[in-house]
Design a protein around this ligand. Structure first.
Ligand code: MN
Ligand code: MN
Length: 327
């Protein structure tokens, strides 16, 4: 063996060792990811859903003249959240948008809304045709990924509206806003077309009867959360809470007897076999599962009562509904 040949041989064996090490590292990384993916698999019961017990931060005092785009102050005066915009311990990972037809908190990390809030009354129930113009939300800053059609394609999940199209039928513009992907979460079809849709219809029935409704809907996510498309988080469950005020009442009339519906529906196989009323729970339970404080503009004493009360199933017949739940 010549010296140069020896040198080449040792270089080759060094290269071989290096390649092997890189391969082993990649294998380990893959195994870890597989392991994590498996851990994320089992369906969560509401009790197992992630919880945050951190106290809510104090109210922000943003002057109207210095409202930062995306900040909480940019939605705080909205007609959709007079009962208080949902608030968690860390608003720094939320981007707030006033879409006019509704307001929302977007998660740049999950690429879905944390929550969407809207006011519903009879005036919103017009006859505008469903626009179906699903599209990226260009009001998001360019530094955020903007979810689009292809992220849901062949994913096995529906494009599930938080604020439903049918809740915004008074104008074509309002209806179109509901098709922004910032109002959409991946939902199993059996959830979207099952109990989730049933409750949407029930809310519209109440609005038709003259009630004023304040609705918040969003997702509850496991950690780590599964994704579809380009990193779009799939919620483990979807929550919705609805404050129902009698005809003629306004947001300041919320009291201990005000009717509140709260549901937590698993985004899991089998959910379509159930009625929406089977998923009724308390606002407290949704606060625990989501980490958000809801209805935080309502006096503490009243929050304490209406958030702890389990929703009562409405009477079956449309037209005559259960009054204020007593208990
Ligand atoms: Mn839907
Ligand atoms: Mn609360």
């Amino acid at each position: 063996m010549t010296a140069s040949r020896e040198k080449r041989a040792s270089r080759n064996s060094l290269l071989g060792t290096f390649t092997l090490v890189v391969f082993l590292l990649l294998l380990a990384r893959f195994a870890l990811l597989q392991c994590r993916a498996r851990q994320a698999k089992p369906p969560l019961t509401p009790a197992e859903l992630p919880r945050t017990d951190a106290p809510a931060p104090p109210a922000q005092t943003g002057s109207a003249s210095a409202v930062l785009r995306g900040s909480e102050a940019s939605i705080s005066g909205s007609v959709h959240v007079p009962l208080g915009a949902p608030r968690d311990a860390d608003p720094s990972d939320e981007y707030f948008i006033d879409e006019r037809a509704f307001v929302l908190s977007y998660s740049p990390e999950k690429r879905v809304p944390n929550w969407v809030a809207w006011r519903l009354d009879r005036q919103q129930l017009g006859h505008v045709r469903r626009k179906d113009d699903f599209r990226a939300d260009l009001s998001l800053p360019a530094r955020f990924y903007r979810v689009k059609e292809s992220d849901y394609l062949h994913s096995g999940y529906d494009r599930g509206h938080m604020c439903p199209s049918a809740d915004r039928q008074a104008s074509a513009e309002d209806n179109s806003q509901t098709f922004l992907f910032t109002n959409i979460e991946p939902q199993l079809h059996e959830l979207n077309a099952g109990p989730w849709e049933q409750l949407e219809s029930y809310a519209r029935l109440r609005a038709q009867d003259g009630a004023l409704l304040y609705i918040v809907a969003g997702g509850v996510f496991s950690a780590p959360f599964p994704t579809i498309g380009n990193g779009v988080a799939v919620p483990a469950a979807n929550f919705k809470l609805i404050v129902i005020l009698d005809p003629g009442q306004g947001p300041s009339d919320v009291n201990e007897h005000t009717e509140v519906l709260a549901v937590l529906m698993p985004n899991q196989r089998g959910v379509g076999d159930h009625e929406w009323t089977e998923y009724m729970t308390t606002v407290d339970a949704i606060e625990q599962a989501s980490g958000y404080d809801f209805l935080n503009a309502v006096p503490e004493r009243i929050q304490g009562v209406i958030e702890a009360r389990t929703s009562r199933a409405p009477e079956r017949r449309a037209g005559r509904h259960a009054g204020a739940p007593t208990r």
